[in-house]
Design a protein around this ligand. Structure first.
Ligand code: MLT
Length: 312
């Protein structure tokens, strides 16, 4: 190759479209973030960045698809906090995010909302807590599978209240909304990036936001602390990943386009409308993301182990 230096050079990246695997259902919170950011990254990279939903098993099937993909930067994962909780929740974890994925950058920290079907007898959080605790209560709580953000929040709620509820798993929280509006699901805990439009239109009932302060996009919804449930505080997060072994210049190029996307006014406006924010540029980097992922795995492990919810 020394005689033909051009042949030894890396091909230009990217020179074809990039696929972003969304491990949950279309129209849900992960999908909303992925499509918004993918469009802006596509402008920054000059190629199409296309979201593809690969759903099931709490997001772990989609993650496995990326783990097994060629490490060339053309197949990426948009994963949420579940990338950090799945290693604890599965007795035989389907993949190891620290050795089989390479972090690219954090995208957005998203608040959660505790919501219920619109015809629930409880009108606010204190009434909901009484309704959940009433003797003989039969309540179902939806989530997006073991290793999803909604499952994490629901597990925290159930372990705080210590009252029986029946978890019902879906392939994402977009289908939960349909079932909740039809009155078949009682409650769930889900990201504002999914719930805000439904809450604004009174299609579901909002009981609380899980953040220390109220959210500007949902000014009438009290915090869990205001409603008497201060222990339920959770903000989830999203990040981009490539299969482990992706060349560092490719990872860096993707991270650079992510930072461009997170400064794009269209993305910022949409995020703000959905009560979330873009991660600052210093967190949309491979190293900051990797360090945060390690810390999150360590943070949630004892909490989830104590809650005792596992899948084989
Ligand atoms: C989750 O609970 O992890 C998400 O809401 C799933 C989704 O994007 O549908």
């Amino acid at each position: 190759l020394a005689a033909f230096p051009a042949l030894a050079q890396q091909p230009r990246f990217p020179d074809k479209s990039i696929t972003v695997i969304v491990p949950f259902a279309a129209g849900g919170p992960t999908d909303v973030v992925a499509r918004q950011v993918a469009e802006a990254m596509s402008r920054a990279l000059g190629v199409a960045v296309v979201a593809e939903n690969v759903t099931g098993a709490g997001g772990t099937l989609g993650a496995q698809r990326v783990v097994q993909a060629r490490p060339d930067g053309y197949t990426l994962l948009l994963g949420n906090i579940g990338v950090a909780t799945a290693p604890t929740l599965y007795r035989r974890p389907p993949y190891d995010p620290l050795t089989q994925l390479d972090a690219i950058g954090l995208i957005t920290p998203v608040p959660m909302t505790l919501i219920g079907r619109p015809d629930l007898p409880a009108k606010n959080l204190p009434e909901l807590l009484a309704w959940l605790r009433r003797p003989g209560a039969e309540v179902n709580i939806a989530h997006a599978g073991l290793g999803s953000a909604s499952q994490l929040c629901g597990t925290l709620l159930r372990s705080i209240l210590q009252t029986p509820m029946t978890p019902v798993a879906f392939r994402g929280t977009a289908p939960v909304m349909t079932e909740m509006m039809a009155g078949r699901i009682d409650i769930t805990c889900d990201q504002t990036t999914n719930t805000v439009p439904y809450i604004r239109d009174n299609r579901v009932r909002a009981f609380a936001v899980t953040t220390p302060q109220r959210l500007a996009a949902l000014p009438d919804v009290p915090t869990t602390t205001e409603g008497g449930l201060p222990q339920l505080q959770v903000t989830i997060w999203h990040g981009f990943y490539a299969p482990h072994g992706t060349p560092r210049p490719v990872i860096d190029r993707l991270a650079q386009s992510l930072r461009a996307a997170l400064a794009d006014p269209a993305v910022l406006n949409r995020f703000s409308d959905l009560a979330t924010t873009a991660e600052p540029p210093e967190r949309a980097t491979p190293d900051a993301h990797r360090a945060f992922l390690e810390a999150e795995i360590a943070r949630w492990r004892p909490i989830l182990s104590a809650a005792g919810e596992y899948a084989d």
